[in-house]
Design a protein around this ligand. Structure first.
Ligand SMILES: Nc1ncnc2c1ncn2[C@@H]1O[C@H](COP(=O)(O)OS(=O)(=O)O)[C@@H](OP(=O)(O)O)[C@H]1O
Length: 360
């Protein structure tokens, strides 16, 4: 009876202890599971939000890894595209370096403002390989076309970014629109500005090649480039030629921003030495040089550098067919006249830039 009493007396205690033990383990495990689920849900959520607006544009020129080849002109189109290819970039990696978990939409700290046909898409796609860069895939055209929509709209267009990540977008038209420098300045006095410049004659032909591919009935390059072909008077108001007056456009930017806040990329070197040019941009943005020559290879068929492993894909990839296309053939005499026309403008631009781009 005594033995029974002792056993009877001790058993519930032992059971209670075991129960308590199990409860402790179970609650620790559930806390652990809950935390894991919470963290994973947080990561997925930012990815899903980013992916949800990742639709191909109406023209269907998307290729995996090179998301937004075409300029997006209408506001509705802007709203329909995002930066899905880049969504996976948020999360663990950056957090391990001590950044905050919560990704938010912020106004851009860097802009690729031009120039059209300079190589702006290539630069943006190369830069987005960097884990500390979050770039909008489409061209929002905020400062030139959609300014009335306000900064909240602009912010809502941006990809989510963690603290420490640089948010950026590219709209090549910004460089040449008169109102843009003041508007950009009103948004931020510290914003970093990047311009990819290319020989204005080649750039003009590239521009014309794109125009004629969309509207094959337009007059010849030669007839549009001259006011009077016989006297050789150039029509500098014709958009493909006017865009190439870089000094004139740059002057407007320098009225609002110091030269040190602008970085010029050689469009020619971006093709011959992409890693070198992207390296300098990373320095300018105050980032570690993470995108290097190991990311590129030269594709002989395309005739351009391509990415070994673009963001969101494990396969090598080149830019789409609207980039690096065969140019319209232009009378060499006309080419020479254009080179002569641009010579003083280019010299002025080199002085302003403090950099000689070597255009002949
Ligand atoms: N890696 C790579 N692959 C393909 N194309 C490259 C590359 N790097 C620079 N380029 C040059 O980029 C030119 C197009 O410039 P943009 O992207 O600025 O054009 S756009 O303004 O966005 O329409 C495009 O002009 P075109 O050759 O006239 O098609 C290219 O010369």
């Amino acid at each position: 009876m005594a033995a029974f009493c002792t056993r009877h007396h001790h058993l519930p205690n032992a059971d209670l202890r075991r129960l308590f033990h199990r409860l402790t383990i179970a609650s620790s495990l559930s806390i652990l599971c809950f935390s894991l689920v919470y963290l994973l849900a947080g990561c997925c959520q930012s990815g899903l939000v980013e992916n949800s607006d990742s639709k191909p544009n109406a023209l269907g020129f998307l290729t995996p890894g090179w998301p937004y080849e075409r300029n997006v002109t209408g506001a509705s189109k802007v709203a329909s595209v995002g930066d899905g290819a880049f969504a996976a970039q948020t999360g663990m990696e950056s957090n391990s370096s001590g950044k905050e978990w919560t990704a938010t939409r912020r106004l851009p700290q860097a802009l690729i403002i031009g120039v059209k046909k300079g190589g702006t898409r290539a630069l943006l796609e190369f830069l987005r390989l960097h884990p500390d860069i979050r770039a909008l895939g489409s061209e929002p055209h905020f400062f030139d076309r959609h300014y009335a929509r306000g900064l909240d709209w602009y912010r809502s267009m941006m990809p989510k970014a963690l603290n420490g990540q640089i948010v950026m977008e590219k709209t090549p038209r910004y460089f040449v629109t008169v109102e843009t420098p003041a508007r950009v300045h009103a948004m931020s006095q510290e914003v970093k500005l990047i311009v990819v410049v290319r020989d204005p004659v080649t750039r003009a032909i590239s521009d014309y090649t794109q125009i004629i591919s969309k509207t094959p009935d337009i007059p010849s390059f030669e007839s549009l480039a001259f006011k009077n072909r016989t006297t050789g008077l150039i029509d500098a108001q014709w958009s493909p030629l006017w865009i190439g007056l870089y000094a004139q456009h740059m002057e407007r930017w320098l009225a609002w921003f110091p030269r040190s806040q602008m970085h010029l990329v050689s469009g020619e070197s971006l093709i011959t030495d992409p890693a070198g040019e992207v390296g300098k941009v990373q320095d300018f943005l105050g980032l570690q040089r993470i995108v290097t020559d190991k990311h590129f290879y030269f594709n002989k068929t395309k005739g351009f550098p391509c990415l070994k492993k673009p963001e969101g894909s494990s396969k090598p990839h080149c830019l789409g067919k609207t980039k690096g296309r065969t140019h319209a053939s232009i009378d060499p005499e006309v080419m020479q006249k254009l080179r002569d026309f641009y010579k003083p403008h280019n010299q002025h631009f080199y002085q302003m830039a403090g950099q000689d781009f070597g255009w002949q």
